[in-house]
Design a protein around this ligand. Structure first.
Ligand SMILES: [Zn+2]
Length: 283
């Protein structure tokens, strides 16, 4: 799936798609509640009210850079708290290459935040060692986000993620720690959107008068545009996450900005009473 924002091309490479079984992440999004939001169906939910989600990377091609935004779950990882996220064996780098993006052609990897399903392919296991999957890339991590997981993480599954998918990049001198409002280029800059995680960032694309927003996990699913207070169990600070949703969606609502989520595809945000709804772009 591909979109364009001015001169910037966006390609989605999917690692995993799911239908339903999302109550562990969005407990308030029951099938009945989802069916009350008919605009979610069929792009973002089934007729029965089950949520459709994906774990994907977004590749940005600007006039000067090839950027991978978020890197999914990865292969061979251990200690994950979702059983099927352990010991995976999928040809994701080969899929990227088939889409036109061999790993060595990527110059920048950008993680919106450092959760398990956004950092996995930062590294791959070679001869018992975690090495960068993208051998020529600089990896950009938010400084606040990085320091949070380095200094304040005590849960074993979070430590496993940091140790196999983040730390090896820093140890091999491939990481740049960036501020939450960092500007990468004329076209690409970050918007600090904390709440889902301590240092979560979204990505703003601007080119030739057009705008795109890669929201990351500000919302796991467009149903949270209608229910700003529906927090995900993964949200670090639920109040801040809800306030960030209101501010970010309010900024881009009723504009032609192309919006893509960390776990959902492209659309436009519209105001709807006190909240918002999402109009899918794809047919
Ligand atoms: Zn997340």
């Amino acid at each position: 799936m591909q979109w364009k924002v001015g001169q910037v091309k966006i390609t989605k490479v999917v690692e995993m798609e799911t239908v339903g079984s999302t109550r562990f992440i969005l407990p308030l999004a029951s099938n009945d509640e989802i069916q009350k939001l008919p605009w979610l169906i069929p792009h973002f939910a089934t007729e029965e009210g089950r949520l459709k989600m994906s774990i994907h990377s977004l590749v940005l091609e600007t006039p000067s850079q090839r950027i991978v935004v978020d890197t999914g779950l990865g292969n061979d990882k251990q200690g994950r708290n979702v059983p099927v996220w352990n010991s995976r064996n999928t040809p994701f780098p080969e899929m990227m290459a088939a889409a036109g993006f061999p790993p060595e052609s990527i110059d920048t990897v950008l993680c919106t935040h450092l959760h398990v399903d956004h950092v996995g392919w930062n590294t791959k296991l070679v001869g018992g060692k975690w090495v960068p999957t993208f051998p020529r890339a600089r990896y950009l991590f938010g400084r606040t986000e990085y320091e949070h997981w380095r200094d304040h993480s005590t849960e074993p599954d979070k430590q496993a993620v940091f140790n196999d998918s983040v730390k090896p990049i820093v140890d091999s001198d491939r990481a740049d720690l960036i501020p939450g409002d960092h500007r990468l280029s004329d076209e690409i800059s970050m918007i600090p959107t904390p709440g889902h995680s301590a240092g979560h960032m979204s990505v703003l694309i601007r080119s030739e008068g057009e705008q795109g927003l890669l929201a990351g996990d500000v919302a796991h699913h467009p149903c949270q545009m209608a229910h700003l207070g529906w927090s995900s169990t993964a949200d670090f600070d639920q109040n801040q996450a809800a306030a960030t949703r209101a501010a970010l969606f309010g900024r881009f609502a009723d504009t032609p900005t192309l919006v893509i989520g960390g776990h959902f595809s492209a659309g436009h945000i519209k105001r709807d009473g006190d909240a918002f709804r999402f109009v899918a772009l794809q047919s």
